[in-house]
Design a protein around this ligand. Structure first.
Ligand code: DP6
Length: 322
């Protein structure tokens, strides 16, 4: 049976950076995110007894090497659970062009997990799907549940999963992504996670994580936008401080990134309240309220260096569409 799934990418307000178990992708800390309405993967999986090998096509091109191997490993996990030997045909499309620096592993592995398990005849509860997606790519576990999501650090693989803390539409928050030209990553984010221990700022960062998770959940619950934005910005800088002080150092920012940080601060000065966050790349995610998103979008479009602007609302998690 063929199953097709649509899964959103997500943006973390409290970040996942550092693992306490690399193989199981158990995070060093809990994190909090929201699903994005404008950036998603649509993935079809079909187990077929006629196939001799797994085939993996991403954005119209057959994958090779490491990318393909990572998908096959994930299929193997599902085959093991379903006691299945058949090979599968996987086709995945991202609605955002590759090379824009927007991570596709979260939406990609969330979609693959649900599509492959459904196609294998499994009907897994959300918690199990989230755990399975996490083993494929950590942040993918947060693209399984709806809306605003918390990924619990947990004490073992069974207790480290993501769950919805507020549904999509609970709060009219937007994430306006300013896509800027990227420098080719020398070190993947998967490798980057393993370098955290070499930063002198990692230990102090960890000491404050539990409190930060509680504080941001409270700010979302109270719809306190100022508090929410301040925590989000401080957290992004905190994570990048660890990245930049790792050995070797990871510099994901470009001059455009810094320009956009200044842009956000200037917006606030004129009463346009918004806040920034960044992942392992140069793009800037601007968090604002829906009423301000149009003004921010049109201002961003005038900035040279901004190649693309993507406006996102909160979104449901991974779902079967065919
Ligand atoms: C900076 O989920 O891509 O976006 O588990 O190795 O696949 P792997 O890492 P990944 O890491 C994402 C890190 C981040 C922060 C975040 O999304 O929380």
């Amino acid at each position: 049976m063929k199953a097709t799934v649509k899964a959103p990418a997500n943006i973390a307000f409290i970040k996942y950076w550092g693992k306490r178990d690399e193989k199981l992708r158990l995070p060093a800390n809990g994190s909090v995110s929201m699903n994005l309405s404008g950036v998603f993967s649509t993935t079809s999986v079909e187990f077929d007894e006629k196939l001799k090998n797994d085939t993996v096509k991403i954005d119209g091109k057959y994958s090779k090497d490491r990318e393909k191997l990572r998908v096959i490993k994930h299929l193997d996990r599902i085959r093991k659970m379903a006691l299945l030997k058949m090979k599968a045909r996987v086709e995945s499309d991202n609605n955002f062009p590759k090379g824009t620096g927007i991570a596709s592993s979260a939406s990609g592995f969330a979609a693959l997990t649900l599509a492959a398990s459904k196609s294998a005849g499994l009907s897994l509860p959300e918690k199990e799907l989230s755990i399975l997606a996490r083993i494929g790519s950590g942040s993918a576990c947060r693209s399984i549940p709806d809306g605003f999501v918390e990924w619990k650090k947990g004490t073992s693989s069974k207790s480290s999963y993501a769950h919805s803390i507020f549904p999509h539409g609970y709060w009219d928050i937007c994430n306006v992504i300013a896509v800027v030209g990227s420098i080719k990553k020398e070190i993947s984010s998967t490798k980057g996670h393993s370098l955290v221990g070499s930063s002198p700022f990692f230990k102090p960062r960890m000491a404050g994580m539990r409190k930060k998770v509680l504080e941001i959940k409270k700010a979302i619950s109270n719809k306190d936008f100022t508090k929410f934005g301040e925590i989000t910005e401080r957290e992004a800088i905190n994570m990048h401080a660890v990245m930049m002080t790792s050995s070797p150092p990871l510099y994901y920012w470009t001059p455009d990134t810094v320009g956009l940080i200044i842009f956000v601060r200037n917006c606030r000065k004129i009463g346009l309240e918004c806040y920034f966050t960044m992942d392992a790349g140069p793009n800037v995610h601007i968090i604002c309220r829906e009423k301000d998103s149009k003004r921010i979008e049109s201002r961003l479009r005038k900035i040279s260096g901004v190649e693309r602007v993507i406006v996102n609302k909160t979104e449901a998690g991974a779902r079967i569409v065919g």
